[in-house]
Design a protein around this ligand. Structure first.
Ligand SMILES: NC(=O)c1ccc[n+]([C@@H]2O[C@H](COP(=O)([O-])OP(=O)(O)OC[C@H]3O[C@@H](n4cnc5c(N)ncnc54)[C@H](OP(=O)(O)O)[C@@H]3O)[C@@H](O)[C@H]2O)c1
Length: 264
């Protein structure tokens, strides 16, 4: 799969899944714009991606209008075009209805839903020009039912439907839109939320793997490979889909085993 001369924007590229996506696109020849809030981590990812051309690093908070507007503007100013938009940046939340502080709800929705909507809206005209495509990174929690992840699951359900709705709107204009939905994936997400130590996180992953039919959690690279594939011309008629990369988790398993883990 070659992305030679294609311009790809990856949000949330300073850590975890987005970092792996950016590196794989760079290896496939893409010209990159990468976005995150942590400038130092973003710089390290740009170093890892750099070959002939260094990626454009954009330090921005995509939960704000200013962050989305500047990201779109800087990308188009640097490259003059956009072929692929990867909406990966996201935050988690561990809460339920009875303990939800609305600040948590707003943080999750402003990042996982509003920011994605806004950035996509701003860049859709450029994607129409190139007949490009969009990949949104959701979660199996967008369809699973579990106690303890309420606004996060709702935000990912909204994202899945956003994909289906705009895939329909943009298909006549030649733009594809898909979602890749990871299951449990090694990243910074859970430790950011819980503050658990590396050892506790390792135990958590071991526990979670027991509830996964393939008995393994995902590495970011497993997700990245699917993202790059679905963004490629090999998938020229694939649009409006939600593709899970999760080791075979089905809803029955999630509602029993994973629910127990989340409630621990
Ligand atoms: N890990 C999992 O098990 C899992 C499972 C299903 C779905 N996902 C989804 O995968 C995506 C990536 O998560 P991850 O697991 O790789 O988490 P992660 O390691 O915590 O990385 C999250 C990335 O998003 C960026 N980000 C967060 N809020 C942002 C904001 N307001 N503006 C700009 N960038 C922001 C972070 O940037 P900074 O670090 O620079 O702030 C970081 O680059 C998310 O959408 C998440 O919901 C993850």
């Amino acid at each position: 799969m070659s992305f030679n001369d294609k311009v790809v924007l990856v949000t949330g590229a300073s850590a975890g899944i987005g970092k792996a996506i950016a590196i794989l696109f760079a290896e496939s020849g893409a010209r990159l714009a990468i976005v995150g809030r942590n400038a130092q981590n973003l710089r390290a990812v740009a170093d890892a991606c750099a070959k002939d051309e260094r990626p454009l690093e954009i330090v921005a908070d995509l939960s704000t209008d200013e962050g989305c507007e500047r990201t779109a503007k800087e990308t188009l100013e640097r490259y003059g075009r956009l072929d692929v938009l990867i909406n990966n940046a996201g935050v988690g939340a561990r809460t339920n209805l009875l303990s939800t502080d609305m600040a948590i709800f707003d943080k999750v929705f402003s990042t996982n839903v509003r920011g994605v909507y806004n950035l996509t809206r701003l860049l859709a005209p450029s994607l129409i020009e190139t007949k490009g495509n969009i990949v949104n990174i959701s979660s199996v929690m967008g369809t699973a039912v579990a106690v303890g992840v309420l606004p996060y699951s709702m935000s990912k359900a909204a994202l899945d439907h956003f994909t289906r709705l705009i895939a329909l709107e943009l298909a006549p204009k030649g733009v594809r839109v898909n979602t890749v939905s990871p299951g449990v994936t090694v990243s910074e997400l859970v430790q950011r939320l819980t503050g658990i130590s590396d050892e506790q996180y390792s135990d958590y992953l071991t526990d979670m793997a027991k509830g996964i039919p393939m008995r393994r959690v995902c590495q970011p690279e497993h997700v990245a490979k699917m993202v790059v594939f679905v963004a490629s011309e090999d998938c020229e008629l694939v649009t409006g889909t939600v593709i899970k990369v999760d080791g075979g988790v089905d809803l029955a398993v999630e509602s029993s085993e994973i629910k127990k883990q989340i409630q621990k």
